[in-house]
Design a protein around this ligand. Sequence first.
Ligand code: ATP
Ligand code: MG
Length: 460
Amino acid sequence: MNNEKTHLLVIDDEVNYLLVLETLLRDAGYEVTALSDPETALAFLDDSEVDVVITDMKMPRVSGGEVLARVKKNWPHIPVLIMTAFGSIESAVDLMKQGATNYITKPFSNDELLLSVQNAAELARMHRQYRILHESLEDRYGKHRIIGNSRAMRELMSLVDRAAPSRATVLITGESGTGKELVARAIHFASQRSHEPFVSVNCMAFNSGVLESELFGHEKGSFTGAVAMRRGRFEQADGGTLFLDEVGELSPELQVKLLRVLQERSFERVGGSAEIQVDIRVVTATNRDLLAMVHAGTFREDLYYRLNVVHIPLPPLRERREDIPLLVAHFTEKCCKENDLPLKTFSTEALNYLVGYEWPGNVRQLQNVVERCVVLVSGQEITLEQLPPEIRDEEAQFKSAVDLLPVQLDLADTLERIEAALIRRALVRADFIQANASKLLGISKSLMQYKLKKYGITGH
Ligand SMILES: Nc1ncnc2c1ncn2[C@@H]1O[C@H](COP(=O)(O)OP(=O)(O)OP(=O)(O)O)[C@@H](O)[C@H]1O
Ligand SMILES: [Mg+2]
């Protein structure tokens, strides 16, 4: 990672000595937070990003040993360097056993200190890379397989494969729960950036001011509460992919800032003036109609075109029902494995209902239903009666469909239109095999043929 300073937290109860250390380390190019009270320092660790902790050993109330123990417990990846005036071999060995990275005995020369700090900083950098790699591996081989064999999904996968290697920004759209985040990850892991970080930010989860510092970071003291420099997500994603979810929620000010980063590949932290260069690939997602927002003047047109270089629309699940059995099998297997259960199955009848349901919450809803059934049903087979009522309840589905019709209508004409629509739907669902479609509708083949003729419905 470039453009970043290693952030040191120095703890020593002797204020004058602390000041000397602070100046020395800052002059050596480190970002330094110096605190004389260990409790304050531990609280500081809670909401700041610290790379290395340097602490004195002998302090009233809270000792260096205790600081070490608490850091190792809560932030095991942060190296701790101990300064001790009592360089007895036993206590030094003890400290190393408890996880201290190194210790230096007071009084020490400047060079001695700087060398130890440099080693600890290097260790911190390795830890960070390891964590990123570890998360990447997990992402790659674990959770993020896209399931689907419908034409729509096959086209989508081919689009992902073609878009992934480039640096082009990608806009993913689709209803809630259709798999937008999954696709964003798939793009990252199919790209050359796959060993670099994938950083995801949900723009709806923060208010505008907080989001700005979340994205771009801030300098120490840039606003009340900015007690230390903080790197933003853009810096964290350097070299990798930044995924901005719910991008339609960005305020006009942040839209301008985002546009600038996309154009110039650089930005400043909040309250800072230093230009920070980043190499990132931006992928965004939304379930809102961005183009309509552009027309309404709430989303910048220039930004829209920057984000929409490659557009990946995700179809709702009800438009690719042939994927439902595959998804059901996938989620069943995964859930049984995770809960140490023998593999369960859905009865044919139950599966038919799952395939026929409208799935307003798309794949996420399907996943929840499958998991609920797998966990709650004790037998090996999950039957129709054991599906959640909203899926099984034909009466409720029928009623809500009827509720959508206008009140004033011509009864005969409406019934005919509904009949024609149902026949068309059955044909689509039966892959245009008339015999199967007539079975779905519970009518004879000859009646089916008569109706097809009557409504002028032909093959595809
Ligand atoms: N094709 C798929 N194969 C396997 N799992 C999927 C598929 N599509 C979605 N999922 C799973 O469904 C859940 C919802 O997907 P995801 O979070 O990507 O949806 P989303 O479009 O981002 O939803 P939202 O708009 O609500 O944020 C996740 O657990 C995801 O792993
Ligand atoms: Mg999402």
